[in-house]
Structure formats: C-alpha cells, structure tokens
Design a binder for this molecule. Sequence first.
Ligand SMILES: Cc1cc2nc3c(=O)[nH]c(=O)nc-3n(C[C@H](O)[C@H](O)[C@H](O)COP(=O)(O)OP(=O)(O)OC[C@H]3O[C@@H](n4cnc5c(N)ncnc54)[C@H](O)[C@@H]3O)c2cc1C
Length: 388
Amino acid sequence: MSKVVIIGGGVVGASVARHLAVRGGCDVTLIEQSPSPGAGSTGRATGGARVQFGTEINVRMSKYSIDFIREWDRDCGYDPKGYLFFATSEAGFDSLKRNVEVQRRVGIESTRTVSREEIAEICPLIVTDDIIGGTFGSEDSFINPIALMRSFHDEAAEHGVRFMFGTEVSSIGRVGGRVSGVITADGEIGCDAVVICTGARAARLGSGVGIDIPVRPQRRQIVWARCGEKIPDSLPMVIDVGSGFHFRPARDFIDPSAVTENGDLLLAWPDPNDLTASDDFDAGFIPPVLEQSRRRLKIHASLDVVPTKCRAGLYENTPDHHGIIGPAGPDGLFLACGFSGHGVMHSPATGRAISEMILDGRCGFMDVSALGFDRFENGRLLEESSFI
Ligand SMILES: Cc1cc2nc3c(=O)[nH]c(=O)nc-3n(C[C@H](O)[C@H](O)[C@H](O)COP(=O)(O)OP(=O)(O)OC[C@H]3O[C@@H](n4cnc5c(N)ncnc54)[C@H](O)[C@@H]3O)c2cc1C
C-alpha cells in the first residue's frame, strides 16, 4: 500500500487527508507543526464562500465546494446569506457584470446585477448615494472555517489517518527524481507521495527540492465592532469592489455566545501598504478601517470596537491570486497551497482533486489543470478581478 504524507493540518491538509482516507487504498499521515489544528490562516478566516469570481476555474472550485459543504452530513455552519458587491465607478460595475457572464458560462444562475435601489433594500445599513450598481449572489454563503477543518480531521481520523501534531517538517527527502520521505527532528518518515499544504509558509519547503513555490505571505486584518443598533438578520457579506472595504455580521467560531444581541460586525479592508508577513494584529489598523466605515455605514456612530476580538492572519498569495493544485518538482510531490484568501471555500474541491491525482494518476471530476504549478513556468497566468 502506498504511503502518503501531508504536511500542514489546516483546512486544506485536513481535506486532502479526508478525501484520501475516504477513498481508501493508501496509508496517510498528516504532520502539523502546531500542537493542535487551526493555528495558521484557517483559524483567522472570516468564513465566507462565494461563487462570485471572475475566472471559470475559481467559480467551478467554489460551486463544487459550496455544494459539498451544503450536502455534507456534518455541520460546517453553512448559512446562505449571500454576497453583495457594489461599485461606485462605471469601470467597477462593468467588471462585476463581466464576472456574472463568467458565472453564467459555468451554469451559475443565482448571481444577478442589482440597481442602487435594490442594493439599499438588500443592505439598508449603507449610504448608497455614490453607488452605481452591483451584483448579489444568493448562493454565496457564510461557513465556519474551524468546523469545516475539524470535520475533515474527524472523518479522516475515523478512516485511519495518522496525525502527528507538534512536529515540524524541516525538509523533503528525495532519491534521484522521486520523493523519498519527509525529515523531522525525529528523523525521516519514508513515503511515496508528499503533499505540501503549509499555507502562507509553502515556499520554505520548495527550495530543498529545487522548486520556487511562488507563495508569499501577506497580512490581512479584521476589526470586530459591537453595534449600538440592531443589524438585520438577513445581512449578507457586503463588499465595495473599488476600495475592497467589506463587512459582515460577526460570528465567533469557537464561542457563538460571544456575539451580542444587536449583532456585531466584522470590518475589513485590504490595506495596500501593509506588506507585513506577521499575523499579529496592529491597532494602528483600526483608524483607517473606521474611516471607511464612517463614509459607508449609517450606523457608524453606534459602533464600538472590541480590541480583544480584532485579529490578523496571513493570505497566501500567488502572483495571479489563484491556488496551486497538482504535481511539482520530483515525482511524488504535490502542491495544495497559494489560495490567496480563498483556501477555506476551495478546500473541498482541492482535497478531492489531490486525492484523485494520487490515487488515479489524474483529476477526473473537474479540470483543474489551469491551477497547475506549470503555469508559472510557461507564463499561462490567470487573472482574477475579484481578489479582495
Ligand atoms: C483575515 C483573513 C480572512 C480570510 N477569509 C477567508 C474567507 O472568508 N474565505 C476563505 O475561503 N478563505 C479566507 N481566508 C483565507 C484562508 O484562511 C486560507 O486560504 C486557508 O485557511 C488556507 O488553509 P491552509 O490549510 O492552506 O493553510 P493554514 O490554515 O495556514 O494551515 C497550514 C498549516 O501548515 C502548518 N505548517 C506550516 N509549515 C509547516 C511545516 N514545515 N511542518 C509542519 N506543519 C507546517 C501550519 O502550522 C498550519 O497549521 C482568509 C484569510 C485571512 C488571513
């Protein structure tokens, strides 16, 4: 029986482990450097899943994954409140309309363009004077990233996956043109296939096997604010496609009772000047985010920031803001990383894709070749207009 080692126990590594184990036919070990799962980006994610993307492959990855989460018999917090994108420029609105065309091409009917008046109805909290139009996707959802990751871990364990927490992989062994195992402080663990699922730190393990994995960490921060006025139960994720400022009703994925009766908000904004590769929250981020909220949110004056609940995490960016899925470098090495802020929502499709590549020699359920590592070598980069 062939042996597979998965490096990284976040939502992506857990999904790969679960999909391999449920299929059966190989011996799977998952190695995670932290003492428990969720210490990486997965534990910091906002918890959104959307089909509203601008490339066919991202739409397909989302569609498959959202369907998986909805239909799975484990509760992963699936809550289809939708995503509302709005634009304050003609160019921004045109870009959103092009994305709807892309989604239609792959069979998505649940996203529609919306007028300023409809936007005001969907989200009465925002100032709409300068808004030209937008799109609303009713299939887009909130999910619980930690519940999803734990569910993958649990099902993987039930199907015999071995977990090694608190163990760092320092390098990948190779003999000739094949991987031979992974090296830890306790020695080498031999195997036939290795899957790198180390999120924002994926580049580190590539250099030892002669490949430049183009994944770079970039900090993203979230401000948690209590609302003095009740927010609507139907509030979706709301995104200004021009500035990237976005907000959603807050959920505490560990302690649901931590949200107050009026509802709390998560406020976020991709600060273009923040190139930090640390996942420490910087309180200096609060004033610029509140400035965005002051301009957009009618209830801004009632917001009360809760500093202890603000958080930061790392995006794992590739040059074209698409994940990398598939073989790379020596035979037996696979990458599942670089999701550029979409790794939670794309984890079900990723786990299935990698499991089919390892067990069947090819991914049969979906053509994921556009996400191959070879695109960086042959210059066939993708272009995602909806990277937030
Ligand atoms: C603020 C923020 C909001 C986000 N919002 C969303 C969202 O709404 N929807 C969405 O889909 N995505 C979102 N993301 C992105 C999402 O969090 C990531 O894409 C996803 O968590 C990646 O999962 P992963 O398993 O690849 O990485 P991680 O969760 O980072 O897991 C990688 C694991 O590898 C381990 N590791 C690293 N190196 C080694 C080693 N050498 N040996 C052993 N273990 C190692 C780490 O300890 C870590 O646990 C958000 C990210 C941030 C920061």
